[in-house]
Design a binder for this molecule. Structure first.
Ligand SMILES: Cc1cc2nc3c(=O)[nH]c(=O)nc-3n(C[C@H](O)[C@H](O)[C@H](O)COP(=O)(O)OP(=O)(O)OC[C@H]3O[C@@H](n4cnc5c(N)ncnc54)[C@H](O)[C@@H]3O)c2cc1C
Length: 487
């Protein structure tokens, strides 16, 4: 299948627009709104019978802050300076960080929250200060990442930045996308569902100037005079691509996305000369909480040794387990704190005992290993200390109430939820870049078709993907408008 068609091979266009947005999910809807706000003629193409994409499936946590705080943070008396927000993001992604992108996000995230509220997304001025992945309390602000965990809390002031639509629980994505899709329709974009983008059209100058679309089993060719945005999500549903880029996870991961997450946007961008980066990076969700009390447990590997502070966010734990021998890890816990994890109800208890030695033997761990780990942990925890991994004193307690259990969190058994973080290299304003850092003329990307703010699972926090997709979708829309001479 050819993903690039020379303009000369296209007899005629069946339509012509200022801009074409490919994919009607979070990034696409936001791009379309900015393009319409600038007065451009916009076509939105969506593969399925309705828009929404993975954004609609999401809880729609959005990781936002900076500029002194979003209006929601500030109304709750929570200050969030841009410097603090930026330092946190730089610490999250280290060498993977795109500094210019982070800077643009930090500067604009609080304003983005106002824009979302202005579109009609409802938020409540209330904080959930507990430990959960998605709070079901109806509150609109919570901690969603590693803010309160070592090493982050040691150098950056912890601030809650997970913004959730009011009372939505896991259904926040429906709330967001229903609002955004209605606004796009009201704004007068031409929205065509059941239209799958199959190829890009390139003119003699090398500019991407149109798309090939399949609808009703027929191919059409449509012109974009000012720009095309690839906003077609990630590639977790594409078995070939995931086998190429995340083979270590492919055999057992639970694919977290919508059926359209086939990497079409990335493949089209690469065919046009774009560079796909960080394709091996993924979110691996090992939700060892809620209930929060499970944070008192400790994780050990096949050597019976701890390897992480257990108060981290679930994707940091997933990334750490992926690095252990055979991706094996178990939670050791006592009867006082034992519970079934809400999101992994079927975790297997592989050993129990009235003593740590019994558990160790039943699990087949190296003799003395678990006993040593637990004895040292308990001794330190009794003094409110964790010299090895600095778990917060809030979650330190000696595990001394038998019976004890070892619960299996090995990735092959757990089958954690995964989605991809790699995508097209772009400027913060969406222009797709080649391997040499040159702009592919006429072509933009946003959302998980691009490599965004979140670039590793170890640094990920709930809310970083939808915030990134919607924020940078808007920037790409504005950039096309600017290139077309519109404000
Ligand atoms: C259950 C679940 C919960 C999640 N919760 C959160 C959360 O709370 N916070 C967070 O930050 N992240 C969350 N995520 C991740 C997040 O939802 C996604 O990474 C993000 O929404 C992607 O946005 P997008 O705009 O790039 O893609 P999408 O919203 O998936 O939009 C892409 C659109 O492009 C369409 N498309 C694909 N191929 C074509 C084609 N060839 N032609 C035309 N159209 C095409 C798709 O059908 C889709 O509608 C969650 C993911 C899942 C699955």
């Amino acid at each position: 299948m050819s993903r690039i068609i020379p303009r000369a091979q296209v007899e005629s266009f069946t339509g012509s627009f200022d801009a074409i947005v490919c994919g009607f999910g979070g990034a696409g809807a936001c791009a379309a709104l900015e393009l319409r706000a600038a007065g451009l003629e916009v076509l939105v193409l969506e593969r399925f019978s309705a828009g929404g994409g993975s954004t609609r499936l999401s809880a729609c946590e959005m990781y936002l802050g900076g500029s002194g705080g979003t209006s929601l943070q500030r109304d709750l008396g929570i200050a969030d300076s841009s410097e603090n927000f930026e330092r946190y993001l730089l610490q999250c992604f280290g060498a993977f960080t795109d500094r210019a992108r982070v800077r643009a996000f930090v500067d604009g995230a609080a304003g983005h929250f106002d824009w979302l509220e202005g579109q009609g997304v409802p938020y409540r001025r209330s904080l959930f200060a507990g430990r959960d992945v998605v709070t079901l309390t109806g509150d609109s602000l919570q901690y969603t990442g590693n803010e309160r965990a070592w090493p982050f809390a040691a150098s950056v002031t912890p601030v809650p930045r997970g913004h959730l639509p009011e009372d939505a629980g896991h259904d926040g994505g429906k709330v967001l996308m229903d609002v955004l899709m209605q606004r796009v329709a009201e704004a007068g974009a031409d929205i065509r569902c059941d239209h799958r983008v199959t190829a890009l059209i390139r003119d003699d100058s090398g500019r991407i100037c149109g798309v090939e679309v399949k609808a009703d089993n027929r191919l059409q060719h449509i012109e974009a005079r000012s720009g095309i945005i690839l906003a077609m999500g990630g590639f977790i549903m594409n078995e070939e691509l995931t086998a190429q880029h995340i083979p270590q996870l492919t055999a057992f991961c639970t694919r977290h996305g919508n059926p359209g997450d086939r990497g079409d946007g990335i493949l089209l961008g690469v065919a046009a000369g774009g560079n796909a980066i960080h394709m091996g990076q993924a979110f691996v969700g090992v939700a060892h909480y809620p209930p929060a009390q499970l944070t008192y447990g400790i994780f050990v590997n096949a050597q019976g040794q701890r390897f992480i502070n257990e108060d981290v966010y679930l994707a940091r734990l997933g990334a750490a387990i992926a690095n252990q021998t055979d991706m094996r890890a178990c939670m050791f816990i006592d009867n006082q704190y034992f519970a079934r994890p809400d999101y992994h109800q079927t975790t297997e208890i592989i050993a129990t005992g009235d003593t740590v030695a019994e558990v160790e033997e039943e699990a087949g761990l190296p003799p003395g290993s678990l006993q040593h780990t637990v004895a040292y942990y308990n001794e330190q925890a009794a003094q409110g200390a964790d010299p090895l991994f600095h778990k917060s004193p809030d979650w330190l307690a000696p595990l001394v109430t038998p019976p004890y259990a070892l619960v299996d969190y090995s990735l092959p058994q757990l089958q954690p939820t995964c989605f991809t973080l790699g995508g097209l290299d772009t400027l913060p304003t969406g222009e797709v870049l080649t391997v040499d850092g040159e702009i592919v003329p006429g072509l933009y990307a946003a959302g998980r078709s691009a490599a965004g703010i979140p670039r590793t699972g170890a640094g990920y926090a709930s809310g970083m993907s939808v915030a990134d997709a919607t924020f940078f979708g808007r920037l790409a829309g504005r950039q096309i408008a600017a290139s077309a001479g519109q404000p």
